[in-house]
Design a protein around this ligand. Structure first.
Ligand SMILES: [Zn+2]
Length: 346
């Protein structure tokens, strides 16, 4: 949003390849005009800003209620516990809660996020209000009539919606995005979701090799939400979601943090979980935390002529300057505290 001018020096991770180079980056009116290699060894690290590819920020109103039931009892519409809490929350309280969460996401270095927003048109409008004037911008995927009020449809599961054909064709006709939760507790709603050629699948916790092949062949990105899957008990091993299989098959991998009631939308913690539990290579996990920005129509990878959406980190202010592998350190060890400056023009 800032449309600022600045010149900044650092060891930057350039392009989608995240090539580490010592550079000077010249930003004019929010656009990266030039990236010039320098001979010095600059102290700062520069990495792309994050895009959280799956959230429900409305769940902030139910933060850390005990998870006592299964997935269905907790979050499945229309009677899951979170839906009952959302329905009984006054609108001003909901807006204030979502705004507090979006501000926290910005502090983590998140410039944008794709939110599945409950509550029809008023739900979509409430998130629009909550994010007003903030630098972390939502892509709002609505439901129950909210599909056209925001940026598209966030379908809770292909098996939940009787009028699915109509919802998808109306959303497509309006040129908006179609996204599905799929394969969260079992594989049986993935095939139907795939028949709609979605712009995004969320979870794929129980996807088969054939599902993954299709996602790879059709370049359908999958947002995995590993910590949420563990907390809701739909997985208990690094085999699900099949993240290694996704990487091996070439599925475009994205990272989401899912329900804010149980998981803090902190991409640093999500990356650390994926590198630790799933052994995802650090460059892959870092790329997955950024690549969802393409859904918003503007990639955050650091390139000339792109909008400037990057984070400047100060490794000298902690022990991180000792790192022999900054990409690994960013993916598994760094956090919001290490951010010196956020340059956001999303
Ligand atoms: Zn979700």
């Amino acid at each position: 949003m800032g449309a600022e001018d600045l010149v900044i020096e650092g060891q930057a991770l350039l392009g989608e390849e995240l090539l580490a180079r010592n550079v000077t980056i010249v930003v004019e009116r929010g656009i990266i005009r030039r990236i010039e290699e320098t001979s010095g060894r600059p102290a700062a690290w520069i990495c792309p800003a994050f895009f959280n590819a799956h959230t429900h920020v409305g769940d902030s109103v139910a933060m850390d209620i005990p998870v006592t039931g299964d997935l269905e009892e907790m979050v499945t519409p229309p009677h899951g516990l979170k839906h009952r809490i959302l329905a009984s929350t006054p609108e001003d309280d909901l807006v204030a809660a979502m705004r507090a969460t979006v501000r926290s996401m910005y502090r983590y270095g998140t410039a944008g996020f794709a939110d599945f927003r409950e509550g029809g048109v008023p739900g979509v409008e409430a998130l629009g209000r909550a994010a007003e004037g903030l630098s972390c911008r939502p892509l709002i995927l609505g439901r129950d009539g909210g599909e056209l009020a925001g940026d598209g449809a966030g379908i809770s599961s292909a098996r939940d919606i009787p009028s699915l054909d109509e919802v998808v064709s109306r959303t497509r006709a309006a040129g908006k995005l179609v996204a599905f939760h799929a394969g969260e507790r079992d594989p049986f709603d993935i095939d139907t979701a795939l028949t709609y050629e979605p712009d995004l699948l969320v979870h794929c916790t129980h996807a088969t090799g054939e599902h993954l092949k299709r996602c790879a062949d059709e370049a359908i990105p999958v947002a995995v939400c590993a910590r949420s899957n563990w907390l809701f008990g739909v997985t208990g091993s690094a085999r699900n979601p099949p993240v290694r299989g996704m990487i091996d098959q070439g599925v475009p991998l994205l990272i989401g943090t899912d329900n804010c009631m149980t998981v803090q939308p902190d991409p640093w913690r999500e990356m650390s979980f994926l590198t630790t539990v799933y052994r995802v290579p650090p460059d892959t996990v870092l790329r997955a935390a950024v690549a969802g920005s393409a859904l918003s129509g503007s990639s955050y990878f650091i390139r000339e002529r792109s909008p400037a959406n990057f984070l400047v980190l100060a490794p000298r202010e902690s022990n991180l300057w000792l790192s022999r592998d900054p990409v690994r350190t960013l993916a598994s060890r760094a956090g919001a505290d290490n951010i010196l400056k956020k340059v956001i023009n999303s």
